[in-house]
Design a binder for this molecule. Sequence first.
Ligand SMILES: Cc1cc2nc3c(=O)[nH]c(=O)nc-3n(C[C@H](O)[C@H](O)[C@H](O)COP(=O)(O)OP(=O)(O)OC[C@H]3O[C@@H](n4cnc5c(N)ncnc54)[C@H](O)[C@@H]3O)c2cc1C
Length: 503
Amino acid sequence: MDQSGNISENTDVILIGAGIMSATLGVMLKELEPNLTIKIFERLDGAAAESSDAWNNAGTGHSAFCELNYTPELPDGSIETVKAVKIAESFEESKQFWSFLLQQQFLSDAPNFIKSIPHMSFVWGEKNVEYLRKRYEALKKHHLFKEMVYSEDKKQLAEWMPLVMDGRDPNEKVAATRMELGTDVNFGALTKAMFAKLNTTDGVDLEYGHEIRDLEQNKDALWTVKVKNLGTGENRKLTAKFVFIGAGGGSLPLLEKSNIKEGKGFGGFPVSGQWLRCINPAVIKRHQAKVYGKAAVGSPPMSVPHLDTRMIEGKRELLFGPYAGFSTKFLKNGSYMDLPLSIKPDNIFPMMSAGIKNIPLTKYLIDQVRQSPEDRLNALKEYLPTARMEDWELETAGQRVQVIKKDPVKGGVLEFGTEVVSAADGSIAALLGASPGASTAVSIMVDLIGRCFKTQMQSAAWQSKMKEMMPSYGKKLGKEPELAGKIREETSKVLGLVVPETV
Ligand SMILES: Cc1cc2nc3c(=O)[nH]c(=O)nc-3n(C[C@H](O)[C@H](O)[C@H](O)COP(=O)(O)OP(=O)(O)OC[C@H]3O[C@@H](n4cnc5c(N)ncnc54)[C@H](O)[C@@H]3O)c2cc1C
């Protein structure tokens, strides 16, 4: 016990938050360095209870097969595919790591967390059809998208997605692309399975109902972390060589408390979400795909509407959304004071200038919150013309905190991606932002380990372990058609997914 009555403990690593990011990092570090001691703290009573929970996210294994916001149309009319290729590569890395965990019997039940489901993009109107055709032609040339098919034929489209085509104006121009290799991922089940196994591993200790309240770097470069047991009120202090702030929406306030200079000037812009969940089994049965549309003009990329078949707790579900909204909470189980309390002298200017530039976005989000049930039904009817209100229920989705960054020219910019912020000495890292999210957890953590464990990562032992966990490590699958094909086939077999050759 120290002078203030706090219990003091030492550990190599502290992971803050029990979401998919901490789970992935914890498992990787333990594979790379089995003697490492790791303590994990989660403020809620279980793992994956915020964004990583199956009901709180869309469960799309983001591979850029169907998400149109990853392939913008350039001013010259051509389609930009760089981001799409990068996201597809990242998801292949995730599948390799999950396959490794299954082969090592660290995970046991692939169908419990990943399933094949066709990924489709669907558009209507002359201009959008033209865009989709050009997107298809641009992507189809790339080996990671070669199985993509395109159709404007209404009969074909009705076979692919009967519910979407039923009751539609026969004169309307429509088109869709389809990738059989798409997936639905239950990130919640995957996270829980990883923590369940991690918690039985020597040197790992996971404590629920414990909130990290403060953190400070000591003169000897170790971190002192203050944790409160929310059940008993007991406070403890722990010291660690490395801290990961994997607190999802709660990462920004903790990054601010760490006081590292690399964390200065960041702000957060919270976006809430809702889904319509189908409660009519007959309707659920008639849809078998993830159908992504085009975002409304002026809306943020995360509000692209989609009609999704999901597999949650062994049951087939049908969800439509998300309807984005604005709330000042940073976590679903957070406080309305989260946003105001995150404003500090070093981020007030970036936040204000990003706020001023994004007034239309804020207005859009507030309008979304104000939507009536009829407004929501009308949005659904654009995808499912025969929809009836009594078949659907409103559910609250997870909270996303978009990153606001200092910008030398614009003052502050709002970004929709993820950002790893790490100290120059590699002793602490935080993950901000939420997109493309859980699907890219593996590549995010590989990048983070490379930054924070530089010396160890260069060792022969770590290099060889990285290749064992991810055979494509050090290579770009987007540039290696043969390797990509081989790896895709192998991981599909291990994970029980549609195998590319059979498509
Ligand atoms: C509506 C929506 C749809 C999405 N759709 C997709 C999708 O289709 N595909 C995809 O790949 N990704 C998607 N995402 C993104 C994905 O869900 C997230 O990127 C991912 O779950 C983030 O994981 P995480 O571990 O960083 O955070 P979380 O899962 O939120 O976990 C953070 C944990 O930290 C805990 N915590 C916070 N503060 C503290 C503290 N001080 N002390 C202790 N614990 C703390 C929280 O309670 C929480 O359990 C979506 C997200 C949302 C919100």
